[in-house]
Design a protein around this ligand. Structure first.
Ligand SMILES: O=C1CCCN[C@@H]1CCCn1cnc2cc(F)c(F)cc2c1=O
Ligand SMILES: [Mg+2]
Length: 505
């Protein structure tokens, strides 16, 4: 495995592909838009699952598994909002050489699979709240250029589907789940996100409102949707007849339930990689990395005596054993056929958060030398402080990754109130927080006027395409002060809020 031969700043798509393949995170597959998740990335997904699963279980969500196949009769039940998605639905039409009577869809999401059973299982208000989640994969046959992790035809995700007696309970859960999503990004992946609400145009059409965590990719200056938590209201309970008898009296004997649905996918791995990795290869945040540390013995050359070599290996193995014992995901590389320098670049390529060097000098002075992957910062750690200092160094590494990404996002999130400044700001790799009227036509106008007509076939891979217009990313929960009489950034109407706009994935 040789190093990365493409510069992140010069050829971002080429760089992204190389660090994923050379970092052994992913491999390309012969069905377009599909990829193989190798152990290094699958281990990251497992860490995300562990964290998120524990949080949702604490609020009473249970995991379940529903079939991946949806009959066309059932899928078409959600006709109104499905039609927009119809082109993406993948169908099974044959088994062996014989055609199926009725084509069967592969789930692109599981509302139509689950909700008929919600209707069957939920009779009394005592059956509420019902909160189920699936860890599964879904298929969406997108035609836009695929991008590893960011846009794939099959992806792993979790989809939560919850049912409540009252709107209030549902609405508070939407925000609780959004906080968990922000935690996945900020606490686990060291990625800063902006929380907010989608506009009417960008929300999930089948729901009442959509809340979202939005990320930012500095290299392309684009926003990226990180995860969504929707309040569905009673739209789906009316469609699928999910009702309970009214516990509050008889004037309305039947109450349609209030629902939420929420999802986070393996896209998070792409976001994390694009933000933290560099020209030496992957940089993996320590809390999700398959291995957090690698021990590398130093000072062994062809001239080293056998007992000296043994002594160095022994002390390195002791350090490895102690840290393994204390819960650090660590391994040692004792293969003397490779030089330390070769090993350093190998583990930089794979993004191992810290390397622990152990040579004759270190042994003499009873310490190890620790080097951080993200910025090569060096630490000297006395042997008797290992178990205390290594976790601290890993946390410091996480924090330094986060603050660097946060600084970049904050610097490129600019407030603009005059239209003439909008496109210039966009072309400086910014996302824009602007006073806005909230009118959909105006949102369309902003998109058109801030780039050439986006023909939907936008080759997002090349970040040089100024032709892409700015979409609304979210209405941030954190709202700057609206001046009385403040006008919309684009039209003459009064502004009703500040909305974040940007080119996006
Ligand atoms: O986004 C989520 C979170 C997890 C549960 N589902 C919601 C809404 C998904 C919105 N959506 C998104 N994409 C879709 C693609 C399709 F081909 C299709 F038939 C339906 C959909 C579709 O409903
Ligand atoms: Mg889509």
């Amino acid at each position: 495995l040789i190093g990365i031969t493409v510069d992140k700043a010069l050829d971002f798509p080429g760089w992204y592909q190389q660090i994923l393949t050379k970092g052994e995170m992913l491999d390309y597959y012969d069905v377009s838009g599909c990829y193989i998740l190798r152990p290094a990335s699958y281990a990251i997904w497992e860490k995300i699952q562990e964290y998120f699963d524990a949080k949702i279980k604490k609020i009473g969500v249970k995991n379940a598994y529903f079939p991946m196949f949806v009959s066309s009769r059932v899928l078409e039940k959600e006709k109104d909002h499905i039609e927009g998605f119809a082109p993406e639905v993948a169908w099974v039409t044959k088994a062996g050489s014989s055609d199926l009577e009725e084509p069967i869809a592969i789930r692109p999401t599981s509302e139509t699979v689950m909700y008929p059973y919600y209707s069957k299982w939920i009779k009394s208000h005592r059956d509420l709240p019902l909160k189920l989640n699936q860890w599964n994969s879904v298929v969406r046959w997108e035609f836009k250029h695929p991008q590893p992790f960011l846009r794939t035809r099959e992806f792993l995700w979790q989809e939560g589907h919850t049912v409540f007696l009252t709107k209030e309970e549902a609405e508070s859960e939407v925000l609780q789940i959004l906080d968990f999503y922000a935690g996945v990004y900020e606490e686990l992946l060291a990625v800063p996100v902006v929380k907010g609400k989608k506009t009417e145009k960008e929300k999930f059409a089948g729901g009442e409102f959509t809340t979202t965590v939005e990320g930012y990719i500095p290299q392309t200056g684009r926003g990226i949707q990180g995860a969504t938590s929707h309040h569905l209201g009673q739209n789906f309970s009316k469609m699928f007849n999910i009702t309970v008898e009214n516990p509050l009296g008889t004037e309305h004997p039947k109450v349609f339930a209030h629902q939420n649905s929420w999802g986070l996918s393996t896209r998070v791995i792409g976001v994390m990689t694009m933000i933290h990795s560099d020209n030496k290869g992957l940089v993996i945040p320590p809390r999700v990395s398959q291995y957090q540390a690698v021990v590398i013995p130093l000072g062994i050359t062809s001239k080293t005596s056998e007992e000296q070599r043994k002594a160095i290996h022994e002390s390195a193995k002791k350090v490895e054993a102690r840290l393994l014992e204390s819960g650090i995901r660590i391994f040692g590389d004792y293969n003397d056929n490779y030089t330390p320098g070769w090993k350093f670049s190998q583990y930089e390529l794979k993004g191992v958060p810290i390397r622990i060097e152990m040579g004759p000098k270190d042994i003499e002075q009873n310490h190890v030398t620790v080097v951080r992957r993200n910025d090569s910062k060096k630490y000297t750690v006395p042997l008797d402080e290992l178990e205390k200092r290594i976790p601290e160094i890993l946390d410091e590494l996480h924090d330094s990754l986060y603050s660097k990404a946060k600084e970049s996002f904050d610097e490129h999130r600019v407030q603009v109130s005059e239209w003439k400044e909008f496109v210039p700001a966009l072309n400086k790799k910014n996302v824009i927080v602007a006073p806005w009227c909230g009118v959909m036509e105006c949102e369309e106008d902003i998109k058109e006027s801030s780039g050439k007509q986006d023909d939907g076939e936008e080759i997002e891979v090349d970040d040089k395409s100024p032709s892409m217009g700015a979409k609304s990313l979210c209405i941030p929960f954190e709202q700057p002060e609206l001046k009385p009489g403040q006008k919309c950034i684009k039209c003459d109407r009064e502004a009703v809020n500040f909305t974040m706009f940007g080119r996006s994935y």
